[in-house]
Write a protein that binds this ligand. Structure first.
Ligand code: NAP
Ligand code: GDD
Length: 361
């Protein structure tokens, strides 16, 4: 049985990836942080009692800031594949805590690469790189586009990108960068634009909220559906030789267009509810991210199916259901039509949504 180690397993992508790896027959080990409250909502539905002799999911406490502990973990688990998804992943927050962002999002990658190297194992390594690294480089962006990062988060990711390439070149490690454009889902954190909007749409419908305060709505993002992206992460580690890939849909709506789409789906006029609050503006913004994912189409046989308009419907429906309202219904139809049984990946979402706190922004 192949073993995978996943950092960031409690996050949006980590939870979808853990489901995929379990489905593919892996033994899955996840790194989780010790928090004073439970932070495992997104993976509670796949939790397995470690006393069960058939258990294939194991969680280990740790932190990306602690190299010694990462080395022990890698040495003891001896994974065949390491998916490094853990990071301070919120761009705006990275301006507030730049040093921490460098220590975790940047140096955390080095600690993990070094843990693999020191353990003497030949694990394949996936680095969660980001389209944010392109920053102000003109769209469309692909594997050849030079990075022009515009935030502490993006700068930390550029550092991690090059460390990954350096371990590949210096030590012959099978280490790859997936340079992913934005991918969203009902499991997206509540303070990212897409989820903040769809959650507010549901709460406005349910008369739990009357206003939504947002920042810059003119930026463009290439929005895809997260479960499709974790499938490509796995495919990257199954290749014969390591290579870096850009993943995205090639379509980038403005955040205004996505917002309007989500409100209109629920029969609401967004202009009545949305107000602009400069506190959500970023000191430096990234204006236009749009992927040229031709290499992934060719070498990974990967083409995303869900459009941003469909994504808005899937997410609004899930958020309506999360607060006990009847979904409008197109979201489930889209998932069934595009993925058949695969849409059951969304199981567990409702539990996540029901436990989400109020008043987050
Ligand atoms: P996410 O939902 O914010 O999840 C981040 C994960 O990292 C969580 O499990 C979090 O744990 C963990 N983490 C944070 N700090 C840590 C630390 N010091 N030690 C150990 N674990 C820590 O992010 P995501 O959307 O799933 O994204 C996954 C990865 O892909 C991230 O590296 C992100 O930067 C990158 N990425 C994401 C996108 C996107 O559009 N989603 C695009 C490109 C790249 P807690 O649950 O305890 O907070
Ligand atoms: N979060 C947030 N909150 N963003 C807002 C808001 C708001 O109230 N109002 C406008 N925006 C704008 C941001 O300024 C940005 O231009 C856009 O909406 C998207 O912001 P986020 O959803 O926070 O995502 P992001 O694009 O900055 O970063 C995400 O994608 C990256 C890949 O390109 C994160 O997932 C990163 O971890 C990831 O690397």
């Amino acid at each position: 049985m192949r073993k995978a180690l996943v950092t960031g397993i409690t996050g949006q992508d980590g939870s979808f990836l853990a489901e995929l790896l379990l489905k593919n027959g892996y033994e899955v080990h996840g790194l989780i942080r010790k928090a004073s409250t439970f932070n495992t909502d997104r993976i509670d539905h796949i939790y397995q009692d470690p006393h069960d002799p058939n258990a294939r999911l194991f969680l280990h406490y740790g932190d990306l800031s602690n190299g010694e502990q990462l080395t022990n973990l890698v040495y003891n688990v001896r994974p065949d594949e390491v998916y490094h998804l853990g990071a301070l992943s919120h761009v705006k927050v990275s301006f507030d805590i730049p040093e921490y962002t460098g220590a975790v999002t940047g140096l955390g990658t080095t600690r993990l690469l070094e843990a693999i190297q020191r353990s003497g194992i030949s694990a394949r390594f996936y680095q969660a790189s980001s389209s944010e690294m392109f920053g102000s480089a003109p769209a469309p962006q692909n594997e050849e586009t030079p990075f022009q990062p515009r935030s502490p988060y993006a700068i930390a990711k550029v550092y991690a990108y090059w460390m990954t390439r350096n371990y590949r070149e210096a030590y012959g490690m099978f280490a790859v960068n997936g340079v992913l454009f934005n991918h969203e889902s009902p499991r997206r954190g509540e303070t990212f634009l897409s989820r903040k909007v769809t959650r507010a749409v549901a709460r406005i419908k349910g008369e739990l909220q009357s206003k939504l305060y947002l920042g810059n709505l003119e930026a463009r993002r290439d929005y895809g559906y997260a479960p499709e992206y974790v499938e490509a992460m796995w495919r990257m580690l199954q290749l014969e030789a390591p290579a870096d890939f850009v993943l995205g849909t090639g379509v980038s709506p403005t955040m205004r267009e996505f917002t309007q789409e989500a409100f209109e789906y629920a029969g609401l006029d967004w202009k009545k509810y949305v107000e602009i609050d400069p506190r959500y503006f970023r000191p430096t913004e990234v204006d236009d991210l749009r992927a040229d994912a031709a290499k992934a189409h060719r070498m990974l046989d990967w083409s995303p199916k869900v459009t941003y308009k469909e994504l808005a419907r899937i997410m609004v429906d899930a958020d309506l259901e999360g607060i006990g309202l009847e979904p409008i219904g197109e979201g489930d139809e889209i998932l069934k039509r595009k993925f058949g049984d695969w849409h059951r990946w969304e199981s567990g979402v409702t539990a996540v949504l029901k436990s989400a706190g109020n008043g987050v922004d």
